[in-house]
Write a protein that binds this ligand. Sequence first.
Ligand code: HMG
Ligand code: MG
Length: 287
Amino acid sequence: MPETVEIFEMGPRDGLQNEKRLIPAAEKIALVDLLSTAGFRRIEVTSFVSPKWVPQMGDAAEVMAGITRRPGVSYAVLTPNMKGYEGAKAARASEVAIFASASEGFSKANLNATIAESLERFAPVAEAAQADGIPVRGYISVVTDCPFDGPTPPANVARVAAALRELGCYEVSLGDTIGQGRPETIDAMLSAVLNELPPERLAGHYHDTAGRALENIDASLARGLRVFDAAVGGLGGCPYAPGAKGNVATEAVAAHLAAVGHATGLDMEVIERAAAMARAMREDEDV
Ligand code: HMG
Ligand code: MG
């Protein structure tokens, strides 16, 4: 039996958050509903963030209300603060995610806060979610390279990972936000983070800007990671990270994992249809 590796589908959130055309909620709902039939255990649907900061996610409540939930699938959303958490709870999110940065420059750009301030804001979110029985995932951005502060020291990533562990995150996803990581820098970063969390509580979230995401996944597999974030059609990027275009494509990760002997449990025919749907959403913008 091949060992299973999970792909956490990011398309509707990380894939679409950066698109300029305001994609109608109905299109997002159709994408999530199709993805729900592909075999994912977890799908990130949307973000309860300030619509002034990320207008594309301004329809979070409408999207969450419109999707058809499939048993066994966790529908995740981003929650930067208590206002976001309250929205997520009202929308019956299956899990929420808090998202920190390993660099001060990116923290300011993405959250208008220092790393310490952002962690203070996350504390009540994590506490409320635990009281409500809602699992909390953590993200760390710019784990190898920051568009503002340059190379990220691995010790800084480890420090934030420890803080997210203390807040009760069941898993920490490590974001190469601008896709500048290389197998060596990913390995050095993981070596530091693994002092704080075991590999089964870590995920790789690698953007493919420089075309190295699959190599970075291989470096992470070698360190024992078995969860990777990806977006169908390779869409997306972070609106506050210049040059962050392109999550690694789910279909590319699934094919690569199969080639190196891992099962993902995904229905590739559905994935291809979802990738085409996601790409068409972007192509509409270019017309
Ligand atoms: P701020 O401007 O400092 O916040 O932004 P504020 O508290 O002063 O509020 C400003 C306005 O936003 C107020 O409205 C609030 O009510 C409203 P006004 O009174 O002016 O009308 N507001 C909200 N509205 C809805 N939902 C909320 C919310 N919070 C405040 N939750 C804030 C601070 C954190 C809100 C802002 O910086 C923000 O929303 N940032 C999110 C940015 C974002 O979503 N980035 C992309 C996701 S992260 C990512 O992509 C990286 C990742 O993929 C991993 C990787 O690749 O590295 C995860
Ligand atoms: Mg991302």
